[in-house]
Design a protein around this ligand. Structure first.
Ligand code: ADP
Length: 305
């Protein structure tokens, strides 16, 4: 039986425009290309966990529009259970993304239907939480919903993972005690801990603070530098596999989904981190968010001696 992962989070349609440079205020530019790609941190992490071996259920909301239908279809195509993905009035979540020739981007996210995933809505889907081995949350749905999911996950004895993304401020203090694995990137770790993170030493200082605030264990992802694991007793640095980076979109989402799938399948923490890192490294060698997430067989082929 594959391990069961439940993701409580966002689904967004990414509307991606490429232009030679980013437009200034009031300026109209002619772009070079346009594509519509399924995304949202919740959905990306669900797709990653599913491609990387877990049986996944998604809890979220889409709008009553063409994007909503497409977002749901993209998850169903990955054999993700969408019985707890509700269709609500109004628009789906969208991310309007402009990428320039230097790979700089500017992004406007409209949460739309993601804002309709309330704590009450989550209570209706409690059996989906009960059936899971492991729960993953991010911060693209309302705080009250995330808070309820973390608390309920802990009450039910599930493995609880929070990827605090996007984060620009402190988390509610009472959340920390429900989190088994807190997985921020450098800027999120800094926002949560108040410690600027730009090296292994500062990552250790931030992780120490986050554990003192109540998080069980902390994994700070460090881009091409890999990640730092802290469990309150010791630290371990996991260097990232060296690859030619093409597009780092969804690297963090792929790491979180891969780590979660491996951990839920009973792997040890170190093995699950290495597995997530190989998956994330493969994702940065390909363009796009969900399209760049590798399959289990790709990771196994990379890891084969
Ligand atoms: P986010 O995408 O959330 O900002 P990071 O940039 O820290 O997160 O990347 C998450 C993980 O993806 C890293 O811990 C690492 O394992 C992997 N990764 C990211 N960039 C690279 C890269 N250039 N080469 C290899 N692995 C990478």
């Amino acid at each position: 039986m594959p391990a069961k992962v439940v993701v409580v989070g966002s689904l967004n349609m990414d509307l991606v425009t490429r232009a030679s440079r980013l437009p200034k205020g009031g300026e109209t530019l002619i772009g070079e290309s346009f594509s519509v790609v399924s995304g949202g941190k919740g959905a990306n992490q669900a797709v990653a966990a599913a491609r990387l071996g877990a049986q996944v259920s998604m809890i979220g909301c889409v709008g009553r529009d063409a994007y909503g239908d497409a977002l749901r279809a993209a998850l169903l195509a990955e054999q993700i259970d969408c019985q707890a993905v509700s269709t609500v009035d109004g628009s789906s979540g969208v991310a309007l993304i402009v990428v320039d020739d230097n790979s700089q981007n500017s992004i406007v996210i409209v949460p739309g239907a993601n804002g309709a995933l309330t704590a009450d809505q989550l209570k209706r889907f409690d059996p989906v939480l009960q059936a899971a081995d492991l729960l993953i949350c991010q911060l693209e749905v309302p705080d009250a919903t995330v808070g309820h999911a973390l608390k309920r996950g802990r009450e039910l004895g599930k493995i609880v993972i929070l990827n605090p993304a996007p984060a620009s401020r402190a988390l509610p203090a009472h959340w920390y005690g429900s989190i088994d694995y807190l997985i921020p990137n450098e800027s999120e770790a800094a926002a949560l801990s108040g410690v600027a993170v730009d090296s292994l030493d500062t990552a250790q200082a931030a992780a120490t603070k986050l554990i003192a605030m109540g998080a069980g264990k902390v994994i700070i992802t460090l881009g091409a530098q890999g990640s730092l694991f802290a469990d309150g007793n010791s630290f371990q640095h996991f260097p990232a596999p060296s690859v030619k980076a093409v597009d780092t979109t969804a690297a963090g989402d792929t790491f979180v989904g891969g780590f979660a799938a491996a951990l839920a399948a009973g792997k040890g923490e170190a093995e699950a981190i290495r597995f997530g890192q190989v998956a994330a490294a493969l994702s940065v060698t390909r363009a796009g968010a969900q399209p760049s997430i590798p399959a289990l067989s790709d990771v196994q082929a990379f890891q084969a001696p």
